[in-house]
Design a binder for this molecule. Structure first.
Ligand SMILES: NC(=O)c1ccc[n+]([C@@H]2O[C@H](COP(=O)([O-])OP(=O)(O)OC[C@H]3O[C@@H](n4cnc5c(N)ncnc54)[C@H](OP(=O)(O)O)[C@@H]3O)[C@@H](O)[C@H]2O)c1
Length: 377
């Protein structure tokens, strides 16, 4: 192992390249901040458990559009530079893209479970450089062997929504494949990226799944195995939902007004949980700074938790959490035919800007994926 480019960088050197093609942003803003360059810094292995992945396909999520506009900038900067040594704006040029499917090009010396040439997939933490590039560096804990039954383009549609669903439903909601059979689950926003993945996972585990979505998504979610659909465009969803038997868990992908009524749909005093993915955590730190934002966040979540606990239901916030081990389980479910990739549109690497426009419009019926390198499948 040789030292390459930076004093703390480990890299196996004969292929020590210094630049690569990527889409970057140099400031936060609307779509015109996206810039294609052939001269982005080639990623280097800084820690012995890291790998360099050659990206074959990258998936886009609403968070990429939000991050392009500066969402979460304060917290993510702190995560990248905890001692606050660097100048403000040191995150630029920033590479977006949270989903990756590709092939390992190089492994750090402590990587045990993977080797060069392995086909892998991963959800990339938002504080790391993303997948809209020819190569990306990830920790061995964040990657997993890609399902054999999926192409790279199909695989890139899954990791971010899958690890978010896993974190919210399994880690926060306490669900697993052995305790879902008798459970009634409600997913608010069932036709989006997280909703379509969560639906498939819960159906594979035998749960009864009700979702809300707009009228034109009813057929789409029906094909994923949903048991009951409520069209939120046909009238107040809370009225139609309150006529149904109560639920064991609500996963909220919509937020806002839903908190006013959704907890009333849970079975009280039975351990039932409301898990929302729409939290003010990053907005608070963007608006108030890290210290005050964290204080505000802690006060909000504590107040809400107590308010609902006395009514016999649990109030929780869910967050994306990168996890290779969770993806290992999802790989098995995909290869067993229990979960499928839902790709709505595939763009080429030269069309990243159009892909962002599409995600920004919303109401997708499947993921937007960018094919970065051909010949991977
Ligand atoms: N906390 C975290 O770490 C984390 C991680 C991932 C995602 N999230 C958040 O989770 C949410 C969902 O993410 P996503 O990737 O699934 O987004 P998405 O793909 O844009 O899906 C959102 C879905 O919500 C539906 N919707 C909009 N208004 C609705 C309403 N009033 N009632 C019911 N459904 C409604 C839309 O359905 P129709 O098209 O049918 O109208 C759309 O399909 C986003 O707010 C995202 O920011 C948070």
């Amino acid at each position: 192992w040789l030292v390459c480019r930076q004093s703390r960088s480990i890299s196996s050197s004969s292929r020590c390249m210094s630049i690569m093609p990527a889409w970057v942003i140099d400031r936060y803003g609307s779509n015109d901040v996206l810039r294609y360059t052939k001269n982005a810094s080639f990623p280097v292995i800084n820690y012995p458990n890291e790998v360099i992945v050659k990206v074959f396909a990258a998936g886009l999520n609403p968070i990429d559009v939000s991050m392009r506009g500066g969402y979460g900038a304060n917290t993510l900067s702190m995560k990248r530079d905890p001692l606050n040594i660097k100048l403000s704006g040191s995150e630029f040029p920033l590479i977006l893209g949270r989903d990756v499917s590709g092939v390992i090009m190089e492994c750090g010396p402590d990587v045990k479970y993977f080797k060069e040439g392995d086909e892998v997939w991963a959800a990339i933490p938002p504080w790391k450089q993303g997948s809209l590039a020819e190569f990306v560096v990830l920790s061995g804990n964040e990657i997993s062997l890609k399902p054999k039954s999926l192409s790279h383009v199909e695989a890139a549609a899954i990791p971010y929504v899958a690890t978010t669903s896993w974190s919210a439903l399994v880690n926060t909601g306490g669900l697993n494949k052995d305790n879902c059979a008798s459970k009634r689950i409600l997913i608010l926003g069932g036709s989006g990226g997280v909703g379509t993945f969560a639906t498939q996972m819960l159906k594979a585990w035998g749960a009864h799944v009700t979702v809300t979505c707009s009228h034109n998504a009813e057929r789409f979610v029906g094909e994923l195995g949903v048991d009951h659909v409520v069209d939120y465009t046909a009238g107040p969803a809370e009225e139609a939902l309150s006529a149904l038997e109560k639920f064991d868990l609500v996963l909220d992908n919509v937020g806002g007004d839903t908190e006013r009524w959704a907890l009333g749909l849970l079975k009280p005093w039975s351990g039932a949980k409301y898990v929302t993915l729409v939290t003010p955590f990053l907005q608070n730190t963007d608006r108030l700074g890290i210290a005050d934002g964290m204080m505000q966040t802690a006060a909000t979540v504590a107040t809400k938790t107590i308010k609902h606990l006395v009514k016999g239901v649990h109030y929780r916030w869910g967050f994306f959490a990168p996890s290779g081990p969770a993806l290992d389980e999802i790989t098995d479910m995909v290869d067993a035919g229990q979960i499928r990739a839902v790709v709505e549109e595939v763009f080429s690497f030269s069309q990243v800007s159009q892909a962002f426009e599409k995600v920004e419009k919303g109401h997708a019926r499947g993921k937007t994926v960018i094919e970065i390198s051909k010949g991977g499948d």
